[in-house]
Structures are given as C-alpha cells and as structure tokens.
Design a protein around this ligand. Sequence first.
Ligand code: NDP
Length: 449
Amino acid sequence: MDKIMNIVFAKDPFEKEFHQAVSEVLRSVKPVLDKNPEYRYAGIMERIIEPERVIQFRIPWVDDQGEIRVNRGFRIEMNSAIGPYKGGLRFHPSVNLSILKFLAFEQIFKNALTTLPLGAGKGGADFDPRGRSDNEVMRFCQSFMCELYRHLGQDTDVPAGDIGVGAREIGYLFGMYKKLKNEFSGVLTGKSLNWGGSLIRPEATGYGTVFFAEEMLATRNDSLKGKVCLVSASGNVAQYTIEKLNQLGAKVVTISDSSGYIYDEKGIDEAKLQYVMYLKNGRCGRIKEYAQKYPEAVYSEHDRSLDHNPIWNIKADCAFPSATQNEINVKDAQNLVNNGVYVVSEGANMPTIPEGVEIFLENKILYGPGKAANAGGVAVSGLEMSQNAMRIKWPREEVEAKLKSIMQGIHRACLLASEEYGTPGNYVNGANIAGFVKVADSMMDQGIV
Ligand code: NDP
C-alpha cells in the first residue's frame, strides 16, 4: 500500500485531493489484495491509479465587452474496463487536475456499483458561469467543445453535468458537438427532454441520495418519516434531495450557497422549494433572498474565520452534504454527532475529510459515502444512454422505479462486501471493495492494456 501511495506522491506531489481519494480506497481494498494476490501480480493498483488518458486544452472566448478570455479545459479518461468513459463536467474557478483526477478516480467505483456498463471519466474548466450572460456561457461552451469533440463519442466518452454545468450548458455543448460531427447521437447526458434527455435525470442524484438513506435506515427498522434534516448547497443535487425528503415526510431545515446559509426551523416545504428553484435556476440569485421572502427563516453569512461550518452545528437526525469536496471537517463531523445526527448520506463527492469519516465510523452512525449514495445521477445517465441507443423514452414512473431499484442494489452490494471483509455496516469499505472487484476482474480479463 505504501508503495502505491509513494508512486502517487512522487508522480503528482501537489495533487492533494487525488492523494486523499486514492489513500481511502487503498485502505479499504487492502484485505481484498491480501486475499487475492493475483490482483497484485497483475499490477491492478498500479494501473488503476493512472488515468488512461489526460487531455488538457486552451479555451479562448470573447466576453460581452469584446475582451479575449482564456480558460483551461480538461478531460480525464480514467478507466474503460467496463464501458465508455462516463462522468460529469465541472465549470468552477477551483477546477484543476487534482480535483478532476480525484473525481474521475471516485467515478471508477461509483459507476461499477451501478451495475451498468459505464467506464469512468471527469472533466471541466476553471470557468465561472456565475455572473456571465447567456451569450458568454454559450460562446465559452462552444469553444470548449471545439476541442473536446474529437475525444468524445457515444461508445467512447459520454460526459454529463456537475457543478456549474446544468441543462443550459449541456444544450450549448451538444449543439456545438452536433454541428462539428454532423451527427445526432447520445454523446452527452443530462440533455433536455425534447432532444434525447431522460425523465428523472435532473432529479436522479438527489432522489438517489435520499433512497440510499432510506435503505440505511431500514437496516435499523427506521425510516425518514418525521426526521429533521440538514442539507447544504442549493444547486441541482440539493434541490431534488429536499424534494424527495419532503415527499417521504421528513423536514429539511437548512439550505445554503457559497455565501451563506439559511436556517428555517419550520421546514423548507414544497412551496418554499419552488421558490428556491425559481431563485437559483431562473434568476441565478443568492440564497440570502430566501430570508427576505420568508422572514421566519434566518440567514447567516459564511464566516471564513471560523474553524467549523455552523450549518453542521444544528440539532437534527440526518445530514445531506450536497455542495462540494471537504465541506465537513473534523469539528463539523463531531458537531453533527453531538447534535444527534445519525444518518449522513453524501450527495456531493467526498464532502467529508478522512478524519471526519473516522468520527462517523467510530460513532457507528449510518454513513453513506458519496461514491455509493450519489450514484443515482450517473445511473440515470446510463439509463439515458440506453434510451438513446434504442431511440425510445421510458415514462417517469419507470425511470424512477429503475433508479430506486439500482440504489437498493448498490446499498445491498456495499453491505454484503462490508460483511464479507469483516467490517459489517462500513459502507466506505463496502463501496470501495464492491466497485473495485468488478473493475479489477474486468481489467484482468482484458490483459495488460
Ligand atoms: P450545482 O452547480 O447545481 O450546485 C452547486 C451548489 O454548491 C451551489 O449551491 C453552490 O453555491 C454550492 N457550492 C459550490 N462550491 C461551494 C463551496 N466551495 N462552498 C459552499 N458551497 C459551494 O452542482 P450540483 O448540485 O450538480 O453538484 C453538487 C455536488 O454534487 C458536487 O460535489 C458534485 O460533484 C456532486 N454530484 C453531482 C451530480 C449531478 O448529477 N449533478 C452527480 C453526483 C455528484 P454557489 O451557487 O454559491 O456557487
């Protein structure tokens, strides 16, 4: 294990998010490698940590003032052992190689858990769509696709959305791809319904995260009904997490964005959620406006000088972190436990730092790591690809039923793997092991490539 980590440190000394993701998986799969030395002889770990291909490119575009802007674009084609590269595109100023490699690495195990034929990839750019006009976003997306198109294809690499890439961006990206290739194919997922999108894709990640929590609770003969829940962020994942929690009778009391958070003791009900969707998706507004519209709610600005995030210091039963990596530090994790939270289901990717995860595991709370709990998004992307290939569209109820059954299957696979390797109920080990074994076996079958 040390040898593998040393390779990662030596080759990419500054990629701290990537180190974090690799080291967690290594810890989980060590007993698997001990029991199955053939994986060692086949160099599976040495190969799985190395992306099959990394593409980095220049994205020049012109802003509304006529000024020339240049951003940096990436696509990490991480692993194609079980299907075409699949994973989202993130447009955010923080995007760099380390963040995208950690996300692409996580995607290997997540996609394997879905049971669908999906390889792993991730991409994006250090571009910030916030505050940009529609025309600027369109020109940026077109320039991005002018380079990326040559690496994509419905059987090669099929990106989707992530932070900063929603239906609007997918539309502009798809339009440019179609023009350049002169073909209409399912090369992106998260498309709009009129031109190849799947029902339930926008809802899928949030709904799936809630289904996963429900499955974890069921192991203790418990349910989400009447539970008080904390949700961070107010983007795609957060919105549909809240929607499903409301449908299942839970009460959500928080929501946030990168400027601050709302505490609404009465709960963010369906009408308030509709307002959040209008505010965030229609107007690109800030979450503090929620407290102006609903004076019973309290808004607090993020205070960067604090050593913790107060959104995680509120009495509750369940938490659904839905913003970004490492949003829960040690103190936050301890605060959650101290406040009675006993279910954490991660909508975001790697939102809890490793020492925080240890606190959850030590306290035996029901902890669903992102790569298992938020796999519903990529799962429905896989279903979108199937519908595109068959040129049909499944009804809403059918896709939601398939999503629910996939999330139940992921939960079961994690639980079984955690039991088989002696850590029952540890979904971190379960997710890493179940995902790893499928990909490792496929890599063995396909030889040294
Ligand atoms: P969106 O762009 O729709 O929303 C992102 C939300 O997170 C916004 O509310 C944003 O606030 C907030 N946010 C982003 N960065 C920070 C930060 N540094 N601190 C505090 N808040 C922040 O993204 P998604 O909802 O799609 O993605 C959220 C998370 O879920 C990500 O970790 C993503 O990787 C993960 N995920 C998404 C999937 C999907 O299908 N979309 C699938 C699986 C995982 P602001 O507007 O102020 O920036």
